[in-house]
Design a protein around this ligand. Structure first.
Ligand SMILES: *Cc1c(COP(=O)(O)O)cnc(C)c1O
Length: 236
């Protein structure tokens, strides 16, 4: 980075970030009201994986409160101190959850969007039975049946949902998906919407920076946006 960038970079970047947060909130709202597809306005989940606290603070100061992180440990490093300053933060886990991190996860997150297997469902149910407050739960569906992705396959979604609800007594709020990068996302959003409809689920977490407008036309209740807000990340 050149010296000039160092001087003018960060303040400008952060100023622009506040603007982007507000304009994206407005955009999501505008698409929704144009389509009138959902009763409640969609929620913009600002994805802050690999985003430093300073940038997160800018979006908090701009009035944003709903955030997503994909790693439990990273979230634990960043969010407790932010929570002390902003009590009404809503934090979503959007990455895979190992059963040995369930306790840590439920004490930090308000929603877990990545419930994807019976073992995890049983671990969550056990915590609930022991008096733990459970976060809101979304089942992740691997709509593209990709080997390298987590989530239940579409054909297993109904029976997994039934297991969670009837056998384990979990309240499931919605479904989440991450479509394959090289396929038309609309097909995947339509599939997720269909599974949610036939199971009476009202929340659909789908759509990221590149495809959130399409997701909103298929009734997304939550869009998860990182890059379009915070810029490109250097992923570990
Ligand atoms: C990183 C991530 C996002 C945000 O992706 P962008 O393309 O940066 O908007 C959304 N959902 C999940 C599950 C992610 O891991």
């Amino acid at each position: 980075m050149m010296a000039k960038d160092l001087q003018s970079g960060p303040p400008d970047l952060f100023g622009a970030l506040g603007e982007r947060v507000r304009s994206l909130q407005a955009e999501v709202g505008a698409v929704e009201s144009k389509l009138r597809l959902t009763q409640t306005p969609p929620i913009l989940v600002a994805v802050t994986k690999a985003v430093p606290q300073a940038a997160i603070r800018v979006s908090l100061e701009a009035g944003h409160r709903v955030f997503g992180e994909n790693r439990v440990q990273e979230a634990w490093k960043k969010w407790p101190s932010l929570r002390e300053d902003y009590r009404d933060i809503e934090l979503h886990l959007i990455g895979p959850l190992q059963t040995n991190k369930v306790k840590q996860a439920i004490s930090l997150f308000d929603a877990i969007e990545t419930l994807d297997r019976p073992k995890l469902a049983r671990a969550l149910a056990k915590e609930g039975a022991n008096g733990g407050r459970l976060p809101r739960l979304f089942i992740q569906v691997n709509t593209g049946e990709e080997a390298n992705k987590t989530g239940v396959f579409p054909a297993e979604a109904d029976s997994f949902l039934a297991l969670c609800r009837s056998k384990l007594g979990l309240t499931i709020e919605g479904l989440m998906c991450v479509p394959p990068v090289d396929e038309e996302p609309a097909l995947h959003f339509a599939l997720l919407q269909k599974i949610a409809c036939r199971n009476g689920l009202s929340c659909l977490s789908m759509g990221m920076s590149g495809d959130y407008e399409t997701a909103l036309t298929f009734g997304a209740s939550h869009v998860r946006i990182g890059t379009a807000l915070f810029g490109p990340r250097s992923e570990a």
